[in-house]
Design a protein around this ligand. Structure first.
Ligand code: ZN
Length: 358
């Protein structure tokens, strides 16, 4: 571990029940949820009982994923000597068809994160959860939360109502850029469409593996619609996407772009160069080969040592023990992934630490 401790770019606060958000809802919505008997709104992509949702030794008595900052500290932050960790709360707000309800819940959720997590541990930072069902309200929520410098990113799911780059989402990107926030795209779906391009799959395994397909489509949409050109200061972080799909996809996209450039004339730089400069990936779960030589090849194909960000993906069950990085990573790259790359990616981390990074 580096001297100053690693920066963990993906940990998940678990909302124990809808009741936990009641103090942060206005009376109308609190009464509405009570009257309707709504008690849970968990992410459908990570069902509570699924083994991948929480590592067995981290689950609370009764089987629920761990739901307090004290448990996060005891399970990961203290043993790893973590300097900072970014909380990405996955909750079912993106799935709702009622925009007003989704907006009320994201406000409550972000306030809950600030009060119950960020206030509880000075090592914690967080992403602003938004409801892309209403991008203008989402932008307002970004501006509201951005007053707190501990929010360092805007969080969206990779699969929503429309491909990520569509102009309807641009108010969200504009607000993120305006506030020096990265745009985090996490695995997960609002289930408006199948997670595969060929229809609804049968099993959780298919859903999980095919998230990489959704990331390819989402990233291609961001690029082709011109988001990287329109928002030159926006960094996109793909969270829990895996990493091995990117080099082949970037190669295919770049080759096609060379042939049909007039189709997207606003993309004036080669897609693989844009991705190396503007796209970052968290490394957990790592889907590369287990041996050092295979890892070396993947890193070579990625073409930059600034792309990968350290993450544990706590409490998801991707690794045992405390070694969240694959073996064989050279020391220099290890430090970059754990400290330098996160600090460069998340401008606000530097600001809250009072540090400048070259
Ligand atoms: Zn995650």
């Amino acid at each position: 571990m580096p001297d100053a401790g690693p920066i963990d770019c993906d940990v998940h606060p678990f909302v124990p029940s809808l009741k936990a958000l009641h103090p942060y809802l206005d009376r109308f919505w609190r009464d509405t949820f009570i009257r309707r008997g709504l008690e849970e709104l968990n992410s459908t992509s990570y069902p509570t009982v699924n083994p991948l949702t929480a590592r067995a030794d981290w689950r609370e008595a009764g089987g629920k994923p761990p739901s307090t900052p004290a448990r996060l500290a005891a399970n990961v932050l203290d043993p790893m000597g973590t300097r900072l960790a970014i909380c990405n709360c996955l909750y079912g707000v993106q799935l709702l068809y009622n925009e007003d309800m989704a907006i009320a819940l994201t406000r409550a959720l972000n306030d809950w994160i600030a009060r119950e997590w960020l206030d509880a541990d000075p090592r914690l930072r967080a992403s602003i959860v938004v409801a892309p069902q209403n991008p203008h309200a989402a932008a307002e929520e970004i501006d509201r939360c951005a007053a707190d410098p501990r929010f360092v990113q805007v969080l969206m799911l990779v699969s929503g109502e429309a491909p990520l780059g569509k102009r309807q989402h641009w108010p969200i990107f504009e607000a993120a850029q305006r506030n020096n926030l990265a745009l985090g795209i996490h695995a997960g779906s609002a289930y408006r469409h199948p997670v595969t391009a060929v229809g609804w799959p049968t099993t959780f395994t298919e859903d999980y593996v095919n998230q990489a397909q959704a990331f390819q489509s989402g990233l291609t949409s961001l690029l082709a619609e011109g988001v990287f050109t329109k928002f030159p200061d926006l960094t996109v972080v793909l969270i829990e996407s895996g990493v091995t799909w990117l080099p082949a996809h970037a190669q295919r996209l770049t080759k096609t772009w060379k042939g049909v450039r007039p189709d997207i004339p606003w993309v004036v730089q080669a897609p693989d160069e844009i991705m190396r400069a503007r796209v970052r990936l968290t490394v957990q779960p790592f889907d590369g080969p287990p041996d050092a030589r295979g890892l070396e090849r993947i890193l070579d194909h990625l073409g930059s040592d600034e792309i990968l960000l350290f993450a544990t993906d706590y409490p998801h069950w991707q690794f045992d023990g405390l070694e969240a990085l694959p073996p064989g990573i050279p020391d220099g790259l290890r430090r970059k992934m754990m400290v330098d790359n996160p600090l460069r990616t998340y401008v606000r981390l530097k600001q809250t630490l009072g540090e400048t990074v070259a």
